[in-house]
Design a protein around this ligand. Structure first.
Ligand SMILES: Cc1cc2nc3c(=O)[nH]c(=O)nc-3n(C[C@H](O)[C@H](O)[C@H](O)COP(=O)(O)OP(=O)(O)OC[C@H]3O[C@@H](n4cnc5c(N)ncnc54)[C@H](O)[C@@H]3O)c2cc1C
Length: 541
């Protein structure tokens, strides 16, 4: 999800409107990559062929499901004792193991959970949503933004999102109206546009007829209207210098980013519900606790060795082909007979860092009109994320930190106690007096999570001006799309959206199509099953 993270970082550092414009232009609002059309594989195509799929994250599970539908025999080898990969909901009793850290055991109230990895699905991610629908996983709305949430400046200045958005709009409209009235834009605007612009600015910025901004109901009320004499009072507008002085002001644009726009979804009960449902429907269940440690190829097969179960018993598996969705951060440590140049390419893939720190607490934020959404607090913890589920229940799980990039690298080097303290302090700053209500802290540093060793690759690490999603044009990224003998690398890591599960689906589709072609088994005349995400599938719904 690196585009949005870079987007956030850019906006967070905003000092004027220039960088915002650049960010928006670079994003090409509305210009997200269209999902490829998945036509599915011909029924019966894979008869007599065995594919080993490495990893039971979204990419591996989708690959396994689609290959099975086409008649392949599929064995999924998954190192962890669960499916989902990075899709991981922490519930009561979940053990969090991190390299170099003491084990944490989650102790949330029954029914409470936090998505340690992916937590939201944009409505433009049709293919993830289609699999959720196909496998009967109920989805609910993930409230991704709240106008009641806060932008908290480094000096502790708190501004409600609705005030920040509408007072900034009002102040900028007022400035523009002044410039127009003084004739400063006469060279730029035609007289017809100038005439049309003023009435628009009055509406857009909620200005008075003289072009002055005197505050707006859109920014909230001093006190809401009530009975008889309790009339609504409009707040005084914030000065532009106070707005600009809040380093988080740029984050008021967060929900304009296409991947963050309403309506956002989450699976009811935790992100991994979708993965569990796909796995349950496989003809052959994934082999859990199967850590692949060695891979060797001959001209007609691939031999795998894996450690199985808690005792680490060594087992072997031979398959005709392999789809590996193992993250490159892990694959680089596995003993393979890939060409030296390929190994060097895999080892060279740069990885980002990302951390989440969660607490359980009485829902004090709901007393402050906040039901879901994010408050932005700046470095080192970046944001506070409020739960969209269990509204009005006794306790909820709140994120006190979700950071990425360089800040996250430094953050994960702190002790877990210090990470918790920093996250508690960030919440205390946004919600004074409530830091002490936070209990049952749990820290996830993705760079230290075994079998992930990082949140997502940072393909555009050396091109900070480029967003990641949809803008990856890296020679190694292209080279690794090419099968290595009988081994096909896949996963969100090899898609144009490495930080989104949708990318994992698209990469799986792309690689299994290649595998089918390569096997020389493409039979265009065979009847095609309506496959999830395909036009035929949509037509049958
Ligand atoms: C903090 C965070 C927030 C995110 N937010 C979102 C979000 O809101 N929405 C969204 O859609 N996406 C989000 N993502 C991205 C999303 O999690 C990934 O893009 C997606 O889950 C990747 O799926 P995958 O199948 O490619 O890889 P993975 O899920 O990593 O699956 C790879 C599998 O390989 C297994 N494996 C590793 N080594 C071995 C081995 N030696 N032998 C056998 N198996 C092995 C792993 O255990 C794992 O199950 C987020 C990610 C993170 C970390």
């Amino acid at each position: 999800m690196t585009t949005r993270r870079r987007f956030l970082a850019n906006l967070g550092m905003m000092a004027g409107s220039g960088p915002v414009l650049c960010a928006l232009q670079a994003l090409g609002i509305g210009g997200y990559a269209h999902a490829q059309e998945w036509r599915g594989l011909p029924v019966g195509l894979g008869q007599g062929k065995h594919v080993a799929v490495l990893g039971a994250g979204i990419s591996g599970l989708v690959a396994a499901h689609e290959l099975e539908q086409a008649g392949f025999t599929v064995t999924v080898l998954e190192a962890r004792g669960r499916v989902g990969g990075r899709a991981w909901a922490l519930r009561d009793g979940t053990k969090v193991d991190m390299v170099g850290e003491a084990q944490q055991t989650v102790a949330f109230d029954a029914g409470n959970y936090i998505n340690a990895g992916p937590a939201r699905i944009p409505s433009i991610h049709h293919d993830f949503l289609a699999y959720a629908r196909k496998f009967g996983v109920p989805m609910e709305v993930e409230v991704n933004s709240s106008r009641s949430a806060y932008l908290v400046g480094a000096d502790g200045d708190r501004v409600r999102m609705r005030t920040a958005i509408n007072d900034t709009r009002g102040r900028i409209s007022e400035l523009l109206a002044k410039a127009v009235n003084q004739g400063a834009l006469d060279q730029t605007l035609s007289s017809a546009d100038k005439e049309r612009l003023m009435p628009f600015l009055i509406k857009y910025g909620d200005l008075n007829k003289d072009g002055r901004f005197l505050g707006s109901e859109r920014s909230g009320f001093i006190a809401p209207p009530g009975a008889v004499n309790d009339m609504m009072q409009k707040p005084a507008p914030l000065e532009l210098s106070r707005l600009l002085g809040n380093e988080q002001l740029g984050m008021s644009l967060f929900e304009d980013f296409p991947y963050m726009q309403a309506t956002m979804f989450e699976p009811v009960g935790g992100m991994d519900r979708v993965h569990m449902a796909i796995a349950k429907a496989l003809k052959v269940p994934p082999v859990l606790g199967a850590e692949v440690v060695r891979l060797r190829q001959s001209p007609d097969s691939v031999r795998l060795a894996y450690k199985y179960g808690s005792g680490g018993e060594m087992r072997n598996l031979t398959a005709d082909y392999v789809i590996s969705t193992i993250p490159f951060s892990v694959l680089r440590q596995i003993d393979t007979d890939f060409p030296r140049s390929t190994k060097a390419q895999i080892a060279s893939v740069p990885y980002d860092a990302s951390n989440k720190v969660a607490f359980e607490a009485p829902r004090f934020w709901e007393q402050d009109d906040i039901y879901g959404g994010l408050s932005f607090v700046g470095p080192p913890t970046a944001l506070i994320w409020y739960p969209s589920t269990g509204l009005h229940s006794k306790r909820g799980v709140i994120l006190g930190c979700y950071n990425s990039g360089k800040v996250a690298q430094a953050f994960q080097a702190l002790t877990l106690e210090d990470q918790i303290a920093a996250s508690r302090a960030a919440i205390e700053k946004a919600h004074p007096g409530n830091g002490k209500a936070l209990e049952k802290a749990v820290v996830v540093n993705w760079s230290k999570i075994p079998f992930s060793l990082g949140p997502w690759p940072d393909w555009n690490e050396k091109k900070p001006e480029l967003p990641h999603d949809g803008h990856i044009d890296d020679p190694v990224f292209r080279a690794l799309q090419v099968p290595i003998g009988r081994v096909y690398l896949a996963g969100a890591q090899l898609s144009q959206t490495p930080g989104w599960q949708e990318g994992g689906i698209h990469s799986a589709w792309a690689q299994i199509e290649k595998l089918a072609r390569r096997a020389g088994m493409s039979r265009a005349t065979e009847p095609m099953q309506p496959v999830v995400g395909s036009a035929a599938h949509r037509a049958t719904e």
